[in-house]
Design a protein. Structure first.
Length: 119
């Protein structure tokens, strides 16, 4: 099992920046890929960005391309999401997740951190 803890959420004005961090512990050597997802009340959780644990490959949702950057430091067992030019529609609870194989699902999730963007 892998345990994940997010931090860095908060309130920011539109156009501002926030940096989210996710710390991983446990069987981190099993991690294949880490992802960030977000959810707002009444909507399904949506994919934001992901990165392979060795940092070689990143994927972004179209809605955040050019504004968000995901990075990882597997020596420190952390993944970071730098969010710039934030929009009100970026608000929600952001979750960090781990996938333990190239073919598997994201089966390990953090508790989430709230991001609020004021217009």
């Amino acid at each position: 099992q892998v345990q994940l803890v997010e931090s860095g959420g908060g309130l920011v004005q539109a156009g501002g920046s926030l940096r989210l961090s996710c710390g991983a512990s446990g069987r981190t050597f099993n991690i294949y890929r880490m992802g960030w997802f977000r959810q707002v009340p009444g909507k399904e959780r949506e994919f934001v960005a992901s990165i392979t644990w060795n940092g070689g490959s990143t994927v972004y949702a179209d809605s955040v391309k050019g504004r968000f950057t995901i990075s990882g430091d597997n020596a420190k067992n952390t993944v970071t999401l730098q969010m710039n030019s934030l929009k009100p529609e970026d608000a929600g609870v952001y979750y960090c997740a781990a996938r333990l194989s190239s073919m598997g699902q994201y089966g390990n999730w953090g508790q989430g951190t709230q991001v609020t963007v004021s217009s």
